[in-house]
Design a protein around this ligand. Structure first.
Ligand SMILES: Cc1cc2nc3c(=O)[nH]c(=O)nc-3n(C[C@H](O)[C@H](O)[C@H](O)COP(=O)(O)OP(=O)(O)OC[C@H]3O[C@@H](n4cnc5c(N)ncnc54)[C@H](O)[C@@H]3O)c2cc1C
Length: 512
């Protein structure tokens, strides 16, 4: 007899959401988490008088109470919507392009965004309108399609995607998808004819995904733009740890078990069937189904014996490249944000010379040429830190390789040197910033490797380019009774992962 209906390995967003759904369905669920708190990336930590958010800059798919997005609906079902104080972020994002003297804040309304952009680039008004209209037309088709349930007779997203590759009718039904689904951001923006400077204002999400515009699927840019405008970007009082905690409590209240400091060391197989887990304290726990909230690479390579890994796995994963990690500075300031001119919460700072070849920069240790995401949480939530102080988090995407190559004795010195470069760049834009730093903590790709167990410390799973993943995620498991629910199996981010965890749980429940 199995001890549990389902064991979830990892308590990241998708792991917690999956376990919450299973517990709500009165099935016995166990979450195993190797860290001492729930959340994975969705956690926080304290330094001095500041509590720093690890990951969340903007939450997508919340929507308002009256017009809820997919994520709010999910939290409503779990009964945790009301427990959390949501903070709507006022600006979509603020773009800083020093080379073109641009400091432009985009509103969270599509008509206003068109106006703001047209005011900045008056000669490009028609192209700007064309761009946003295209994003809207594309996304209406896209979201209509992905919401279709799969049926044995066809229909549904997977079926329609196959038809897109092979059939002619798809183009009639979904003309924008057929034309733009498999094209890169750069191709589409060039076709519209936007200048480099205007492109850098609309294609910002490339620097969050770590894929340059030449590789980033237009569909990802369009979906991010559409969803953040439609449902507005959100934050929450207490940070993402509060969501992780609320879900953990929900799981426990519904009879589920969540264990911390208790990692999974092995997945137990009988033939090709997963039947349980051995913990890192050598406890054997049986379950009818296993959901892995960690990367397929770690699951196959570290949680199974080499001879247990089906041969097809290698081929199946061979097209996927591990994505970028991040270099982050968590900064507590002893002044309010306006004192140093920080008036928008979510800022994308390009380097002095805007080169869109940011991918080369991402491969280096240094942060001189990277786009930086500089988020000041205090702008939209003045209570996020003690009165008269501010919290800033600054992130540059980075691959882990150069950090892995460093000798241990070089690590600390390098980490603080790079942090200094990053801080100097912020200081150039916001003079006086440096003088107000009271607390500083730094995370490198090695930090993400250590805390998450993800190869390369990747924060968005596999690279999401046109050739590899994006629409062809390696989501399917090659082991019976084992499922994947994480940013490695679907589009990354908090909202998408909570919703995907819920979806996988429904699949598992249907089969249980
Ligand atoms: C710096 C940064 C900024 C980000 N900004 C945003 C943002 O603004 N908006 C947004 O939507 N997304 C953002 N993201 C991405 C988002 O945080 C992730 O996509 C999401 O949290 C991933 O969730 P997950 O379910 O894949 O699990 P993960 O967060 O990857 O968690 C996996 C969990 O598994 C645990 N684990 C690993 N191995 C084992 C084992 N053997 N046994 C048991 N447990 C194990 C880990 O400890 C961890 O808790 C950001 C991420 C980072 C790091």
């Amino acid at each position: 007899m199995p001890n549990y209906d389902v064991i979830v390995i990892g308590s990241g967003c998708a792991g917690l959401a999956a376990a919450a759904r299973i517990a709500k369905s009165n099935k016995k669920v166990l979450v195993l988490e190797k860290h001492n708190i729930p959340g994975g990336c969705g956690t926080s930590f304290r330094r001095g008088r500041f509590e720093f958010e690890v990951a969340l800059h903007q939450l997508s798919q919340m929507g308002s109470a009256e017009n809820p997005g997919g994520l709010r609906k999910l939290f409503r079902e779990y009964g945790i919507e009301e427990q959390i104080d949501w903070v709507e972020i006022k600006d979509l994002y603020n773009i800083i392009q020093p080379s073109a003297d641009i400091n432009l804040s985009l509103p969270t309304d599509v008509e206003q965004a068109k106006k703001t952009m047209s005011k900045q680039f008056p000669k490009e008004k028609e192209n700007i309108i064309q761009y946003y209209d295209l994003v809207w037309s594309f996304c209406k088709e896209y979201f209509e399609l992905i919401q279709k349930p799969e049926t044995p007779e066809g229909e549904g997203f997977g079926y329609e995607m196959k038809k897109m590759v092979t059939g002619k009718l798809f183009g009639k039904k979904y003309p924008y998808l057929a034309k733009y689904m498999m094209r890169s951001t750069q191709e589409v923006l060039n076709e519209i004819g936007l200048s480099k400077e205007a492109q850098a204002c609309v294609n910002v999400y490339w620097s969050f995904m770590g894929m340059p515009p030449e590789k980033l699927p237009f569909a990802i840019l369009a979906a991010c733009t559409y969803l953040y405008i439609l449902n507005k970007p959100y934050y929450l009082k207490g940070g993402s740890q509060v969501m992780s905690q609320a879900l953990t409590e929900f799981i426990r209240k519904n009879g589920g078990t969540v264990r911390f400091n208790c990692g999974a060391k092995r997945i137990l197989l009988e033939g090709n069937k997963a039947v349980g887990v051995i913990t890192d304290t050598d406890e054997t726990i049986k379950a009818a189904k296993i959901i892995s909230n960690i990367s397929p690479i770690h699951t196959y390579v570290n949680l199974l014996e080499p001879q247990q890994v089906p041969e097809s796995t290698l081929e199946y994963l061979s097209n996927c490249k591990v994505g970028t990690s991040a270099f982050s500075c968590f900064i507590g300031l002893d002044c309010p944000p306006e004192e140093i001119g920080l008036t928008t919460s979510f800022n994308l700072m390009y380097p002095k010379a805007v080169s869109h070849d940011g991918v080369e920069a991402i491969k280096k240790l240094t942060v001189e040429d990277d786009p930086l995401v500089v988020t000041c949480y205090t702008v939209d939530d003045p209570e996020v830190s003690p009165k008269g102080t501010s919290i800033v988090s600054a992130v540059a995407l980075k691959y882990a390789e150069p950090w892995i190559q460093l000798a241990p004795e070089q690590y600390y010195e390098t980490k603080y040197k790079v942090a200094e470069q990053l801080i100097n760049r912020i200081n150039d834009q916001f003079p006086g910033f440096k003088d107000h730093i009271e607390e500083l903590e730094v995370a490198t790709p090695l930090t993400h490797m250590r805390y998450l167990n993800h190869p390369g410390g990747a924060i968005y799973g596999f690279e999401q380019d046109l050739n590899a993943t994006g629409f062809f995620f390696p989501a399917e498991s090659k082991i019976e009774n084992l499922e994947f629910a994480s940013g490695w199996a679907r589009l990354c981010g908090f909202g998408p992962n909570y919703m995907y965890g819920n979806k996988i749980a429904n699949k598992v429940l249907g089969e249980a």
